[in-house]
Each structure stands twice: as C-alpha cells, then as structure tokens.
Design a protein around this ligand. Structure first.
Ligand code: ADP
Ligand code: ASP
Ligand code: MG
Length: 820
C-alpha cells in the first residue's frame, strides 16, 4: 500500500484536480496498487480563511466579499468536475458546511475576539471541503472512494496552531479504521482533534505530516508527496533559477533542509517515516513521469553526492556579550530554557571559541520577547557586570548549506566564504549543527537572493559560472563586442563554462533590463522595441537593486556619461571593464579615488584597451611591476594614425599629402587635428605612468603639437589642410636633417627619469622603432630585467574589432577572478 498526498498547488482548480485523478488512475489504480490519498485545501484557501477571520474579528465588513469569493471558488470547482445533473446535490451538501463557516465568521464579527482554537476550527473548513468535493468527483468517475475526516483518527494535545500527535492513540485508530474500510480513503490533511474532540491543526503546510502519520501507522511501502516541482531541488526555485532536482537525500538532510525553509516538505513529516524506515518520494503533479526525489536512509548503491541550500527569509539575532561569560557553565542552556518556557524555539545558536559572545537566532515574531526573557534570566549577571550587552538585530536572513558529505569535502568552507566575499556579502555569524551536515550562515536580508545564487553557483554549478553583464554604449566597439559574444556563446558555455548573461543594456536614448538575460543576437531589436528612456542615474540604481552575483559593468561609450558613477558602481561590489580613457585621465585625486574604490571592495577595474586596443600592453606592465621589476623607461608609438603618418614619411616627402590620404582612407579622426595635437598619446602615456605608481597629471607631460601654429585656429578642415600644405617645407627640412644623421623621424611617447613627454624624435637603426611599418602600435619597456633589450609589444592597436576583442578578454579575465 502507498499513501499519497496532493498539496494545495496540485488542487488549485478543476483542471488540476482532473489531472490528479488521471495520475491516480494511471500510476496506481490501473496497476492494482492499494492507495490512500491525503489532500490539502484548494490552493490559497487556508490563507483566505485566515484573512476572512482576521477581517471579521477587526469588524472589517470586506470579509463578506472574500466569503463570496470563497464560496464561488468551491462552486466553480464542483462545476468543473461534476456534471450539472449531479453537481446540485454536491453543492447543497457543501453549502451546509459553508453556511456554518459563514455563521462562525459572523460570530467573530460580533464578538470581536478570536482564539487559536477558533482559528484552527475555521482553518479546518479548507481540507474538509476539498476532500468532500474530490471524493464526490472520484465517485462520479467510478473510482470508489470515501471521505475520511482525520479529526476522527489523529489525536493531538491542545497546542492549537501546531499540535503534537499522540501516536499511540492515533496509530491504533488508523489501523482499526483501515481494517474496516477498504475503499480508497480521501483523507483531510492538516487537521486533527484533541481527546475532547475539538479541532486542532498540525502547523501550516501540515498535510505532508498527515501523510507521514498515516504512512507510518499503516507501514506502507512508500509515502508519495505530490507537489508542483520536480522534487526537492538544490535550492528554492523561486529564488534560484538554476536550481535542479536532487535524486536522493537522507532523512537527516531532508529534515535540515525543511527546517531551514525548504517549503516543499513540512519539517516534522520526516520523523514518522524515519522511525519506520518508510521511503518518501517527492513528485511533480505537472510532470508525473519524472521520478522525483527519494528520501531514505543512506544506501551504498544510491548516489547522494549533492547537497541543498535553504533559507529562512527573516530572522532576529540576540547577542549576549560579556567578559564574565568565559568559562561559566550552563549559560547557553539557561538561555535556551528561558526561551523554551515561552514556547520560543531557537533556530540557531552560535558561540565563538572565546565565549565572549553568544548569538541566538529566533523567528522575527519572537524577537522582542526572546530578548526580554534572556534579560530576565541573566538579570544578576547584568547587575554584576558579567554580561555587558544584550542586543537584538533584525533584517537578517539565514542560509543553510546542507549535505551529509560536507564534513568530508575538503575546502568547502573556503569555497563558501570566498564566494560570498567576492560578491561583497558580509557574514554576520556562522553556526554549524552538531550533526555537521548543516552549516548556517547569517547575512543581511537584502543580500539573501544574491547570496543564495552565489552559493548555488559555487557549490552546484562549479562547472558553469554565470556572468551578469550590464553594458552601456553599444556603438561601434560595444556593438561589435555584442556581436562577437553572440557568436561565442556556445563556446563560452561548453569550453570555458561561462554563461554570459546580458542583463542590462543602454545607448544614449534607451535602456533595457532583463534578469533572465537579453537574447544577445537580438540586442538591437530588444533595445529599440522594449527600451525605456535612458537615464544614467536610474541605470546604475537598477543595476544595484538587481543585486546579482558576479556582476560586470561594461562602459563602451567614448564620453563621460557613466564615469561619474564609477566609484559608486565599484563600491557596490560590481567590477568595471571599459575601453573609455576618461576615468584614467581625470585629475590624479579623482583617478585615485576610483582605483581605491576597486581595491577596497576587492573588485576589478579593467581597461586594457585604453592603450593599444587588444595588445597586452597594460597587463605586461602590471605583470612586470608585480614581479618586482624596476621600470626605467617606457617608449611607445601609441597611435595607429601617427604611426602611419611617420612610417609613410620614411618613404615620402610631403607630410601634407600623407595626412590628406590618411584622412581619405579613414585612418584619422574626422578632424585630423585631433590626432596631430598628440593629446591621445599623452593620455595613454599618462595611464602607463600612473600604472607604475607615479602621481602624475596631464599637465606634467610635455607635448609637441604637430599642428603648425597657423593651422590650429583654421575654421574649417579645408582651410586647415591649406595651412598644413604651407608648412610642408618645414617638415621636409626636419626629415632631411635626420636623414643626414642616418636617422628617421618618429612621434614617440616617452617616460624616463621621472620625466614624460610626447613628441618627434630622430631615431637611428639601433632603435627598436626604426623599422616600424604600417599603422602598428609599439611599446618598449626598459627595465632592470630587460636592460639591454627592452621588452616589446607590437601590433595593430586600433579598430573596432580588436578593441572589442580586448574588452572581451578583460571580461574573461574578470571571470577567472570571480567566484564559481
Ligand atoms: P504544496 O502545495 O504541494 O504543499 P508547497 O507550496 O507547500 O506545495 O511546496 C512546494 C514549493 O516549495 C515549491 O513550489 C517551491 O517553490 C518551494 N520550495 C522551496 N524550497 C524548495 C526546494 N529546496 N525544493 C523544492 N521546492 C522548494
Ligand atoms: N492547507 C494547509 C496550509 O495551507 C496545509 C497544507 O497545505 O499542507 O497550510
Ligand atoms: Mg506544502
């Protein structure tokens, strides 16, 4: 025989109930399986009963509207299950019960008082009604069944709201009943009665427990909990999207998980099953062929390798501090006893080895009273100064990481705390259950969802790491980057185990967010069609509020729209990647504030593409410094345009002609003066110098402006070219002078002996830049370790494709650093 239980989620409406009937037939009855079936109230009905009674007792007449809804829902379900000719009769018998409820509510309204006892009685209508309706529906479908009111059989104490079962009496009653009644019993979950016959309940969600009580009494072969998910999942699927079903968990693991908030199974359910070693299976009504999760004793041939994470959304922590607590025996038990006397249960207890402080976690509704009880219990210790402080902290959550193999898995704690730390989640306190299969971590409530996802990723999906990327500026570089990512998604996931989720995107006009990830190949349409008006402040606010794990902000704009927010973003433990040079060329104090924010929050600020696009220039410099090398000299041609102009000048004589051709070929900025003024190279040199630790500003770099004096103020580009032509002679003279010395001209950014300058130099054959061709960038680092032959990086240093790929590399580098 098997006991089955279908929760409220499985019986939300007539269609669902029909689905349940289909399962009963196909999976059990047609196979000749003997079953008894426990049902909860229809979905939401218990909540509605509580709401109605609360309203009635506070003389809020709107309870009557709820009551009409309540009645109508039951009628609708009857109509959906039973043909008209018969439904009238069923409705009549149901209405009798409903009428009694109505009178009760009216009574509450008049008296204005509601006890726990009445509340239990009112709640009992939910299960009584659902089971009457379902048993009628079954009979109508020629499945012979009988309504069984558990109040007749399950006997409890008087602890209304969460009564304790008298198993001796209950087991006897159940066995007797089943000996005499052979039809399929349709059993009310959740409700019971005391020995005086008054209605009690087993605690919210208690129908699971009812099933276990019947299952254990009848020593069935299996208890099956049918619900709306595929079993016990690695985490609450409403909070962790990537959670997945576990194949099997031990009774102890299931107990710990449910105790710490895994609603899928009501905590006491496990005990009766465990005592009789009856297996519990959790299955999905909406995916009935899936095998679900098995709860059982450890068996060698069953895989139990995974753990689960559950959480209690809100917990209060009471911390008792004082030097006088050291070595005093019995303090903890006295406090716990003081709480127990008031029916307050301690969710967790944590004491540091120093014994200077003890922390007890209780449910929020118990917080104030718990503090008072402990203060009362320790009043003499407080008077004598042995206890200096008793504090109550709210707005905290507790996460439990549960798994039998926790104690034998090396490095698991390191993994947990590293993952939380890298995402800026502070751990308030940690407690480990005596069983060692549960580690509880208390954190701020507002970090709960992020922490759950971070831990889930790192403990279960250690193969796949999700990056949550927010981008601004899908222009030339940004757009190319997105197209590049779209092509590489599969590779990223399969080879690098990275899931790249674009969760935020904005251009200058619109912004769009999607926690599940924007389909990257469709980013243009998504932004255009669903974007709202872009506002940089709002963008950052939303990004912070989404509070996702492993977040990277990518600024692909060339303007200072987002730069003022960098510090705030880094302080929110979000890494930044950008090809934008503005932040790094700000005045030194502002620049260093941004850099400091990254360091303090232990997040990454990466801008490799600021110098030489995708060429590994900055990272090489960083590595040299990290290795303890001494930087003596940095020389570089850090502009593709200027490289082209001076390399061409080696073969040709007219600088004017070269610039003109470069402009026509699109090698220059729209106004070539933006290249020729040398400022772009100055910025890049500044960034390199700052990287070596120099407190330098733009003004500290001497720059030779290549625009002839008279061309600087030219009103149009045409007139600029005219003036440039007039100066051709001078360029030629300079070139000839160099040539006579066997040298060529080169526009170089250079740092040496504390001095930085950008300008034209004559260089001879021995110089590493003498043979530079085309529009390549080149950098030479002369250091203590690379003294005679400098360390060089050379290659194409501009263009959307290479810059985008450089930005992409930075993102991947951050992913190595972020938690898994
Ligand atoms: P029922 O109405 O069938 O009793 P519940 O709503 O009480 O169903 O419990 C099922 C719900 O429990 C799921 O829909 C899911 O949202 C939630 N839940 C929380 N933690 C877990 C977990 N670790 N595994 C599965 N479900 C969980
Ligand atoms: N109907 C009850 C509740 O909502 C019991 C249950 O669903 O298990 O708490
Ligand atoms: Mg439930």
């Amino acid at each position: 025989m098997k006991v089955l239980k279908f929760g409220g989620s499985s019986v939300g409406n007539a269609d669902r109930i029909n689905q349940v009937i289909g399962i009963l037939k196909k999976q059990y009855i047609e196979k000749g399986e003997h079953i008894a079936v426990v049902f909860s109230a229809f979905q939401g009905v218990t909540d509605l009963l509580i709401t109605m009674s609360k309203k009635a007792v506070s003389r809020n007449e709107s309870y009557k509207i709820d009551f009409d809804t309540f009645r109508m829902r039951h009628h609708e379900i009857i109509d959906g299950l039973i043909p008209k000719s018969k439904s009238k009769q069923v409705k009549l018998s149901v209405d009798e019960l409903i009428k009694e409820l109505q009178e009760l509510l009216h009574g509450l309204f008049l008296i204005g008082e509601r006890t726990k006892k009445t509340q239990d009685y009112i709640m009992s209508f939910g299960e009584r009604l659902s089971c009457i309706v379902i048993s009628e529906a079954l009979n109508h479908k020629k499945i012979e069944s009988e309504f069984l009111d558990s109040r007749k059989l399950i006997i409890t104490d008087d602890c209304y709201g969460s009564a304790r079962v008298d198993f001796d009496l209950t087991n006897k009653n159940i066995k007797n009943h089943f000996k005499k009644n052979k039809k399929i019993q349709i059993i009310t979950g959740f409700i019971a009665s005391n020995d005086a016959g008054q209605t009690t309940t087993l605690g919210r969600g208690g129908s699971d427990y009812t099933a276990a009580i019947y299952g254990a009494a009848l020593k069935v072969s299996e208890i099956v909990i049918w619900t709306d998910v595929d079993g016990i999942l690695t985490a609450d699927p409403r909070k962790v999207k990537d959670s997945f079903p576990l194949k099997a968990v031990t009774y102890q693991e299931a107990m710990e998980l449910s105790h710490f908030g895994a609603k899928v199974i009501h905590p006491p359910t496990i005990i009766p099953a465990l005592l009789k070693k009856i297996k519990i299976r959790v299955k999905n009504t909406f995916n009935p062929d899936y095998k679900g999760t098995l709860i059982l004793e450890r068996e060698d041939d069953i895989e139990f390798n995974v753990k689960g994470i559950s959480s209690i959304e809100e917990i209060n922590m009471i911390t008792v501090r004082g030097g006088g607590m050291v070595g005093v025996v019995g303090m903890t038990s006295r406090m716990l006893y003081a709480l127990a006397k008031k029916d307050i249960s301690a969710v967790l207890v944590s004491q540091g080895s120093s014994e200077l402080a003890l922390t007890i976690g209780v449910l929020p509704e118990d917080g104030k009273l718990a503090k008072k009880c402990i203060e009362e219990e320790l009043k003499y210790e407080i008077r004598d100064g042995n206890v200096s402080e008793i504090s109550l902290e709210k707005d905290l959550s507790v996460i439990a990481v549960v798994g039998d193999d926790m104690k034998i898995t090396p490095g698991i704690f390191g993994k947990i705390f590293q993952a939380l730390g890298k995402n800026g989640i502070n751990v308030y306190t940690v407690a480990q259950g005596a069983s060692e299969l549960n580690t509880s971590i208390v954190i701020e409530k507002e970090q709960l969802k992020k922490a759950l996802n971070v831990l889930h990723d790192s403990l279960f999906l250690s193969k796949v790491k999700t990056l949550n990327v927010f981008m601004v500026g899908p222009g030339l570089v940004g757009g190319t980057l997105l197209d590049l990512v779209a092509r590489r998604l599969k590779y990223l996931e399969e080879e690098l185990h990275i899931r790249f989720k674009l969760v935020g995107l904005a251009n200058s006009k619109k912004m769009v967010f999607d926690q599940d990830g924007i389909v990257i190949s469709d980013w243009r349409e998504v932004l255009e069609n669903t974007g709202t008006r872009m506002n940089s402040k709002k963008y950052v606010k939303t990004m912070k509020e989404m509070n996702l794990a492993n977040t990277i902000f990518v600024d692909c704009t060339a303007i200072d729209l987002m730069v003022p927010h960098y510090k705030d973003i880094l302080n929110s433990v979000i890494s930044i990647v950008t090809p934008n040079k503005i932040a790094n060329s700000l005045p030194y104090d502002q620049y260093s504030e941004i850099q400091r924010a990254a360091k303090q929050n232990e997040v990454e600020f990466r801008y490799e593409t600021n110098v030489g696009a995708a060429l590994p220039i900055l990272i090489t410099l960083k590595d040299l410094i990290a290795n303890g090398d001494k930087i003596y000299k940095i020389e570089g041609v850090l502009s593709g345009t200027l490289s082209y102009l001076f390399n061409s000048l080696k073969e040709e004589d007219s600088f004017f002609e070269i610039v003109k051709r470069a402009k026509e070929m699109g090698y220059t900025e729209p106004d070539p003066r933006d290249d020729l003024n040398g400022l772009d190279m100055v910025r890049k040199l500044l960034i390199l110098c700052r990287e070596t630790g120099l407190e330098m500003n733009l003004e500290d770099i001497e720059v030779e402006n290549l625009i002839p004096e008279k061309a600087r103020k030219a009103k149009s580009i045409d007139s600029f070219f005219e003036k440039l032509k007039e100066s051709d002679e001078e360029f030629l003279k300079q070139k000839q002078a160099a040539k006579e010395n066997g040298k060529v001209l080169c526009y170089i950014a250079k740092y040496e002996n504390g001095k930085a300058k950008v300008g034209v130099e004559e260089i001879g054959e021995e110089h590493p830049f003498y043979n530079l061709r085309g529009n390549d960038n080149i950098v030479a680092f002369t250091t203590k370790n690379y003294l005679d032959k400098p360390l060089m990086v050379r290659g194409p240093g501009a263009g959307a494709e290479v810059t985008a790929s450089g930005v992409f590399t930075d993102i991947l580098r951050i992913s190595n650093y972020l938690s898994v």
